[in-house]
Design a protein around this ligand. Structure first.
Ligand SMILES: Cc1cc2nc3c(=O)[nH]c(=O)nc-3n(C[C@H](O)[C@H](O)[C@H](O)COP(=O)(O)OP(=O)(O)OC[C@H]3O[C@@H](n4cnc5c(N)ncnc54)[C@H](O)[C@@H]3O)c2cc1C
Length: 505
């Protein structure tokens, strides 16, 4: 995944900064963070020109602050020198949020990685943004607690990045995504001042500026401390694997389970293409007739859990499950999750490059949308595997391509855009968890009209008067997406009918 969206680069690439200027920049930054915390040579900068997306651009310097005061000084320096700056956590983002697309200073938070406080009585933790997601759950496990949002990248991604993207994960179906677990933030706003939004209490009076920051993709300022909600570990867990000989039966089961009033903690689906990749990598032993599988997990106190398990099995059988397996012990449960969380990696065996699409559709539209994605795959001649958070209707089609073949990347991006448009058209949205970043900036008009985008621009300008904070991300410039706009005249959203899928609003 080392290729570049050439259209975006051509429009935004600034002139390269001369070596002498870079040396001066490095000297200045050293006075703020120290010599060991600045990278400025091309060789080092190249390691920071990408994240998990297909975009790329080199910063002019990378800094690793260790205190909030240093972050504030860095922002003030960038303002004085009129330098762009971009926050970076672990760089696992899939929409290009941490790419310094206009160069400037990349502020990497990986050394601000302390868990500052754990308050088990009140189910709270205060952390620095560079703490790795899984490290927090590991640290609070002795208290019988965990941090719910569990992106599949949780061994690497940071909590600052999770807040930046409002990340989700397989277990957010029941308890909600990062915003539902973030209570307070310390941030350095683009004027270089240190401010506090939200707090320890579940709700703060006034505008919800903490909520506004969650998912703002580093465009409103830099997060330096986070107050998070912790959750008691479930008293008991049951994990099931439901195997189907038809994608339709499998996706119908998703809606049927939830219609029964049973909300599992996780409800994940994989289609036959993905199963093929997984089988090649791990030899799980799925029947050869498998077309789709559901990984289902429930949690709670044992008597209620037994009832839930029974209800789920009944629904699966009613929808025509081929085989229904229950994990017998923790080792079997872990094995099932290892397969799910390693799914993206398994695709690497089938294709040299792949592009992960992230869109959301109403659960009831899953069968039709998956069929339409199959049509898009045929139309572009590109294999597409699906692995996704089915309970949330959060799709992740993985489009496989070969970047060495001429125009294959362009074709891939077009197919991805068509899938996202499809999600918008059936009443879904552009992103369930990976954010907008550079990747979907110009698709924002699939779901927002010009008036709505203008309000978002005003909000951004209220924080970032100089326009230096993570430029080019999230919001399109006016008129940029008018060609593909669903609501070009700014009227209220009209009922949209897609012929093969039917009326949705
Ligand atoms: C294999 C794989 C699986 C994944 N699975 C999931 C999944 O299940 N669910 C999911 O939601 N995502 C998933 N992701 C995407 C990604 O891991 C998440 O978006 C994650 O939250 C990014 O964290 P990061 O530390 O890598 O942030 P980065 O990529 O470094 O940054 C992400 C955004 O946050 C901003 N940011 C980072 N730190 C700060 C800060 N201190 N202050 C202000 N802004 C900041 C950046 O500017 C950028 O816009 C996956 C990615 C991979 C590669």
């Amino acid at each position: 995944m080392q290729t570049v969206n050439k259209t975006v680069r051509a429009m935004t690439e600034p002139l390269p900064i001369a070596t002498a200027e870079r040396e001066k920049l490095a000297r200045d930054l050293t006075t703020i963070v120290g010599k060991e915390a600045v990278l400025w040579k091309t060789y080092d900068l190249k390691l920071y020109e990408y994240d998990g997306s297909i975009e790329k651009h080199m910063p002019d310097a990378v800094v690793f602050p260790t205190t909030t005061a240093q972050v504030a000084q860095l922002v003030k320096y960038c303002n004085r020198e009129k330098l762009y700056y971009t926050a970076r956590g672990a760089g696992t983002g899939l929409s290009g949020g941490a790419i310094p697309i206009k160069g400037g200073v990349l502020i990497a938070f990986t050394r601000m990685n302390r868990i500052l406080k754990v308050d088990p009585e009140n189910l709270r933790a205060v952390v620095e943004p560079g703490v790795i997601n899984l490290h927090l759950s590991d640290a609070v496990a002795p208290y019988g607690l965990y941090f719910v949002p569990d992106p599949s990248s949780q061994k690497a991604c940071t909590l600052g990045g999770n807040v930046g993207e409002n990340s989700g994960g397989p277990h957010t179906l029941l308890y909600g995504v990062t915003t539902n677990h973030t209570l307070g933030l310390e941030v350095v706003t683009p004027d270089g001042e240190i401010r506090h939004f939200g707090g320890n209490a579940p709700d703060s009076p006034g505008y919800d500026l903490c909520g506004l920051f969650v998912g703002s993709e580093g465009t409103l300022g830099l997060i330096t401390k986070i107050t998070l909600k912790l959750t008691p570990l479930p008293p008991a867990v049951k994990t099931f694997l439901a195997i189907y000989d038809s994608v339709e039966k499998c996706s119908n089961t998703v809606s049927s389970i939830i219609q029964q009033g049973v909300i599992p903690a996780a409800l994940e689906m994989m289609d036959h293409m993905m199963i093929g990749a997984i089988e090649a990598a791990t030899q799980v032993g799925y029947p050869t007739t498998t077309k789709a599988v559901l990984l289902i997990e429930c949690e709670g106190f044992p008597p209620a859990l037994e009832q839930q398990a029974k209800a789920i099995e009944e629904v699966c059988r009613k929808e025509g499950v081929l085989e229904f397996r229950t994990a017998k012990d923790e080792a079997e449960r872990e094995a099932l999750w290892k397969v799910r969380k390693g799914a993206f990696g398994a695709v690497g065996r089938m294709s040299s490059d792949y592009y992960v699409v992230d869109g959301v559709v109403p659960r009831s539209k899953l069968p039709a949308v998956l069929a339409a994605i199959g049509q898009i795959s045929k139309k572009y001649g590109l294999a597409i595997a699906n692995v996704f958070h089915a309970g949330d209707g959060n799709l992740h089609p993985l489009i496989m391509f070969d970047s060495n073949k001429p125009s294959e990347l362009e074709k891939t991006l077009k197919a991805g855009e068509e899938i996202i448009k499809l999600c918008a058209e059936v009443g879904g949205t552009l992103s369930g968890e990976h954010g907008v970043g550079l990747e979907k900036r110009d698709m924002m008009c699939f779901i927002f009209n010009e008036g709505e985008l203008a309000i978002m621009r005003l909000v951004r300008a209220a924080f970032d008067t100089e326009g230096l904070c993570n430029p080019e991300k999230l919001l399109p410039t006016p008129g940029r997406c008018s060609e593909t706009h669903l609501q070009t005249d700014g009227k209220a959203k009209d009922k949209y009918v897609r012929p093969e899928i039917g009326e949705v609003w």
